[in-house]
Design a protein around this ligand. Structure first.
Ligand SMILES: Nc1ncnc2c1ncn2[C@@H]1O[C@H](C[S@+](CC[C@H]([NH3+])C(=O)[O-])CC(=O)[O-])[C@@H](O)[C@H]1O
Ligand SMILES: O=C(O)C(=O)Cc1ccccc1
Length: 257
């Protein structure tokens, strides 16, 4: 289903700057309207999204051995959990796999369940829970994925969450973190945002849709710099921390306990 959520948002008819929406755009929420179009939304909005799913499959092959427990934080429609399942299947670990998908949006989880159930083999491996990733009690695990989810957690809660994830991971376990990022240099930051918005234009979003969503995300998606993510992962105790992908204002990090 095509994402047209911000097509009809009032863009401020007497506004001189046609890239500035009315101040009344509601904050972005993962409700049923978003869940309905989310697949299209994320694919057209995030450079490298499908590559992240391929990386997750590869990393599951490397880290999710026999009997491994994996977590998909903010599983949305289940794309990353299914990518983990793919990686485990490839290595014949599917019979013993435990993949736990967590999300605090009931609307997302309902659709996620339907998606996962379409693949009986994956459904046997995946458990879905409505939970706040900051509150969940994590069991010992080998592989944890946060594919564009930490960015929605209030920054002051991020260090404690990373500590819990580190504690859950077994030695040698991996945490894959993909995030929208910001640049400390404000000129570079503006340039990357501009090119990202051109990317969205090239994928069919209008200037007004882009501006309305920018306003909706303003206090909801809080990006931090690559340096902040790397130092926080190191502070949490991870022994190897690498930025393994960057495109414009999107990055992914691999952290090994
Ligand atoms: N505190 C929280 N606890 C649980 N879930 C949360 C929380 N905050 C946000 N979420 C959930 O995190 C997901 C973020 S989307 C992840 C894409 C997916 N990983 C994918 O690989 O397709 C990314 C994006 O929209 O850019 C949404 O489903 C939220 O409900
Ligand atoms: O669309 C954007 O500008 C983004 O940053 C990506 C995104 C994708 C899906 C939900 C929220 C943000």
């Amino acid at each position: 289903m095509r994402d047209e959520i911000y097509r009809s948002v009032d863009a401020g008819s007497n506004n001189q700057d046609d890239a500035a929406p009315a101040a009344s755009v509601a904050p972005f929420r993962f409700n049923e309207t978003v869940a309905h179009v989310f697949h299209d939304m994320i694919n057209r909005s995030v450079p490298g999204y499908s590559l992240m799913l391929e990386l997750i499959t590869l990393l599951a092959g490397r880290h999710a051995g026999q009997g491994a427990r994996c977590y998909d934080l903010g599983c949305s429609l289940g794309a990353s959990a299914l990518a983990i399942a793919q990686g485990m299947k490839r290595h014949g670990n599917d019979k013993t796999a435990r993949i736990v998908g967590l999300d605090n949006s009931a609307a997302m989880l309902t659709r996620c369940r339907q998606n996962v159930l379409r693949d009986a083999e994956a459904a046997a491996m995946i458990e879905l829970l409505e939970a706040d990733i900051c509150e969940h009690r994590y069991e010992p695990s080998e592989f944890i994925v946060s594919n564009f989810t930490l960015q929605f957690v209030p920054p002051e809660k991020r260090p404690a969450l990373l500590g819990r994830l580190y504690d859950s991971l077994q030695p040698g376990g991996a945490f894959f973190l993909a995030e929208k990022i910001r640049y400390d240099d404000s000129e570079v930051d503006r340039l990357m945002i501009e090119i990202h918005e051109r990317f969205k234009r090239s994928r069919g979003y209008s200037e007004l849709e882009i501006a309305a969503k920018r306003a909706a995300l303003e206090a909801v998606l809080l990006p931090e710099s690559s340096e902040t993510h790397i130092s926080r992962l190191k502070d949490a105790g991870f022994s190897q921390v690498t930025e393994c992908f960057r495109c414009l204002n999107f990055s992914a990090f691999l952290a090994i306990r």
